[in-house]
Design a protein around this ligand. Structure first.
Ligand code: F6R
Length: 364
């Protein structure tokens, strides 16, 4: 059932090109995004003054990417919350709010409660769900399914990638309906979106580089992930993946926050993984990398392949292909998933069933 893989997690990491392709391909026709599955009209879309995104864990991290993508592409204000916080913060929501719920299982208790709260307040609810016929799917006004297939490993991988793909589809769809793009822009975005599965495939072909890096650091007591904008969003996911399966203490910080406290944690040999794929913020990241280097950190850099100058400040670099900023997390997450996997494997952890965790959290 693991198809020759030692763990479901690695099987599911390797299934990502197909899962993302299956999620995207049926929704692109004649070079345009077609979402037959949703009933929102352009008039309804125009009425929304705010988008609220609610989810837990890895799905929440997709929401963080979505905030950057929607605000940049659509110029609509976006709030993103973890469901357990959203429920209890008396959010300001109503008929003009589009509520987006993200959940692999479609059964997460806090996420479901947030959905019901949003419906009570009169919001239109669109959910992004993997399990067909799940409670969240059933109770939503619209559902966009991720076609990831069953995800068995507790640590989520292909659900994250396919949820991101749906977010991009949705952003491009809404943007087109609202007239946010030129024909040229939309062509570029769609071409880039369609390229993601092959790009993931190419990165998976270089697994051994990550394995080698993991072999040098799997004994570390702590690790820090830093990034800005979508790289910060990807850092959150990278850090969660690592800690949940390897039990190594890790934190993700917005790189600009370092000097407001966390930099005091850096000492000789501390491992910092710097995600610096957003070209607009590359120079800022280089400054942050220099700051941690100066305090003795070992640095793994993640950058797009045109930014080779990162090598001057890092101990090792992984490159990802260039694409539009908002799509970068789809690529940068791949080496991060592999890194977490190899570290956990070298530590002899129970990768598919990490301690204290359940695949679906159906109690508050
Ligand atoms: C982490 C992980 C969890 C889930 C979270 C939400 O790898 O799997 O953080 O993402 O429990 O679950 P769903 O998406 O089923 O609502």
């Amino acid at each position: 059932e693991k198809g020759g893989f030692e763990h479901f997690m690695m099987k599911e990491i390797c299934e990502q090109p197909k899962a993302v392709r299956d999620t995207i391909t049926p929704r692109i026709r004649n070079g345009r995004v077609v979402l037959d599955d949703i009933t929102l009209t352009p008039e309804q879309l125009r009425r929304f003054t705010k988008i609220c995104i609610v989810a837990c864990g890895t799905a929440y991290h997709v929401g963080v990417v979505a905030k950057y993508a929607f605000e940049e592409l659509l110029r609509i204000p976006v709030e993103v919350d973890v469901a357990s916080e959203f429920r209890y913060r008396t959010p300001i929501i109503g008929e003009n709010t589009l509520m987006i719920i993200i959940s692999q299982s479609g059964e997460t208790a806090d996420t479901l409660a947030a959905l019901r709260e949003a419906k009570r307040a009169g919001c239109r609810v669109l959910s992004i769900v993997n399990v067909v016929g799940s409670t969240i799917a059933n109770e939503s006004d619209d559902v966009l399914y991720t076609w990831a297939g069953p995800e068995i490993s507790v640590a989520s991988t292909k659900a994250y990638s396919t949820q991101l793909a749906v977010i991009y589809l949705l952003a491009l769809y809404i943007g087109e309906q609202l007239g946010c793009f030129s024909a040229e822009q939309i062509d570029t975005y769609i071409a880039e979106l369609e390229r993601i599965p092959d790009q993931i495939e190419t990165m998976l072909a270089h697994k051994e580089d990550i394995q080698f890096f993991a072999s040098k650091y799997f004994n570390a007591g702590d690790m820090y992930f830093i990034g800005r904008n979508v790289d910060y969003a990807a850092s959150l996911e990278a850090s969660l993946k690592l800690k949940e399966i390897s039990y190594i203490h890790s934190e993700a910080y917005a790189a600009g926050e370092l000097k407001h406290g966390p930099i005091s944690l850096i000492e000789d040999g501390t491992l910092v993984i710097a995600l610096a794929t957003d070209s607009r913020l590359f120079d800022k990241m280089m400054s942050n990398i220099k700051e941690v280097k100066a305090r003795g950190a070992a640095v793994l850099g993640l950058a797009t392949e045109d930014k080779t100058e990162i090598e001057s400040q890092t101990d090792m670099v992984f490159y990802i292909p260039k694409t539009s900023t908002f799509m970068l997390p789809s690529l940068s997450v791949i080496p991060m998933q592999l890194f977490a996997y190899y570290v956990a494997s070298m530590k002899g952890c129970d990768i598919d069933k990490p301690r204290n965790l359940a695949k679906s959290v159906t109690v508050e």
